[in-house]
Design a protein around this ligand. Structure first.
Ligand code: A2P
Length: 367
């Protein structure tokens, strides 16, 4: 009579493994299961970290998992102008993007998803930008194109020829936005035209005509302070300026202008958002900017660019470096507490402009 055993003998011999080998096999199986699970978990964590660092959508950022973006995690991708047109909130800036590099920068930007390119007659890069736009094969109506009227073309008879030159160089028959580059009119020899500088209305009337002709969709100004802007709009304009493109960055945050623009419903565009080439390093090294970048898992440049959009401005970071062009497009809402910290620290020091040709041109532009 067989003795009662805990395991039937036949079972232990089913797979040809002796009772002595069985615990070893069980242990081995468990080891491989644990190894497989750990490998899977490690791979997932590593993958998510890579995604987070590569600047992919907010969802992958640790900050987003903590829910610190609050109820509205996204910043506007567009702002709506009085005409009803929607202008993309981030553009590729091209001031100082030179020949041989600006075309490649535009191509990189368009591939990365930019649909807004900012240029000017005076940047001397419109032709190369036009070629890059053509080479991209992106339909014209999918890209927002801004250019600017230079100071020596403010006389009404000079405005249309200057615009036509920009259109020809850019290879297009209309601009989405055309700006008076500076509130400064210069004669052909570079001397100041005082009359047209103090009264931009004749120049503006010409721009209104060109909108009616279909060569421009929206018109605006650039580098106008509040007084100069209000002086222009005190005339009975057919079309109000859609934007004012100004220097806005950590060193020159212009809180009064930002507040005034918000109250009046005027869209600001922020040029040199990183402090321009001379101050970009200082900007990225601001302790509060670095701190916010760490909390949000984004780069310092992305903090500064996001900050301007969150203040209500279109932002125009300039770069000719492919990785930076891609980086600069990815904006993130900054939680209110951190946004207020950045606003406070930026507005608590003496403002410093990186661009002010007042002395050179013999007129106190910003007064
Ligand atoms: P580069 O064009 O060689 O990439 P701003 O937009 O304030 O005028 O700043 C432009 C300057 O900042 C350029 O010198 C540009 O260099 C540099 N820049 C642009 N994007 C970044 C970035 N993400 N990180 C560091 N520097 C940048």
């Amino acid at each position: 009579m067989p003795l009662p055993t805990s395991k039937p003998v036949a079972d232990s011999h089913d797979d040809g493994i002796s009772p002595v080998e069985q615990p070893v096999k069980a242990l081995r199986n468990r080891f491989f299961r644990v190894l497989a699970a750990s490998t899977l978990v490690i791979t997932m964590i590593y993958g998510l970290q890579r995604l987070s660092r590569s600047g992919l959508p907010n969802f992958f950022r640790p900050s987003c998992w903590k829910g610190i973006h609050g109820s509205a995690p996204l910043l506007p991708t567009h702002f709506t102008l009085p005409s009803g047109d929607k202008i993309p909130s981030v553009a590729l800036g091209s001031w100082r993007s030179g020949p041989g590099e600006v075309g490649r920068a535009v191509q990189t930007a368009l591939k990365a998803g930019y649909r807004h390119i900012d240029t000017a007659w005076a940047y001397k890069n419109e032709a190369e930008i036009g070629e890059a736009l053509k080479a991209s094969n992106i339909p014209r109506n999918e890209v927002w194109l801004t250019s600017k009227l230079w100071n020596t073309f403010h006389a009404p008879e000079d405005v249309e020829p200057a615009l036509d030159e920009s259109l020809a160089r850019l290879g297009t028959d209309y601009l989405d936005l055309y700006l008076i580059h500076w509130p400064v009119a210069q004669n052909k020899d570079g001397t100041l035209n005082k009359e047209l500088t103090e009264n931009n209305y004749p120049t503006w009337q010409k721009l209104e005509e060109l909108v009616a002709k279909g060569k421009i969709r929206n018109i605006g100004v650039s580098n106008f302070n509040i007084r100069r802007f209000e002086k222009l709009t005190s005339n009975s304009l057919k079309i109000q300026p859609a934007v004012n493109q100004v220097e806005l960055n950590f060193w020159n945050p212009q809180p009064e202008l930002v507040k005034w623009a918000k109250e009046k419903g005027i869209l600001l565009e922020a040029y040199s958002p990183l402090g321009s080439q001379n101050r970009v390093k200082d900007s990225l090294d601001v302790p509060e900017v670095k701190e916010i970048s760490q909390v949000l898992g984004i780069t310092p440049a992305q903090v500064l660019i996001s900050w301007q959009v969150q203040r209500g401005a279109v932002v125009l970071p300039k770069s000719v470096t492919p990785s930076r062009i891609v980086e600069n497009l990815l904006i993130t809402k900054i939680p209110d507490r951190l946004f207020n910290t950045l606003e406070a620290v930026a507005t608590s020091h003496k403002p410093e402009r990186s661009v002010d040709p007042s002395k050179k041109w013999g007129v106190d532009i910003f007064e």
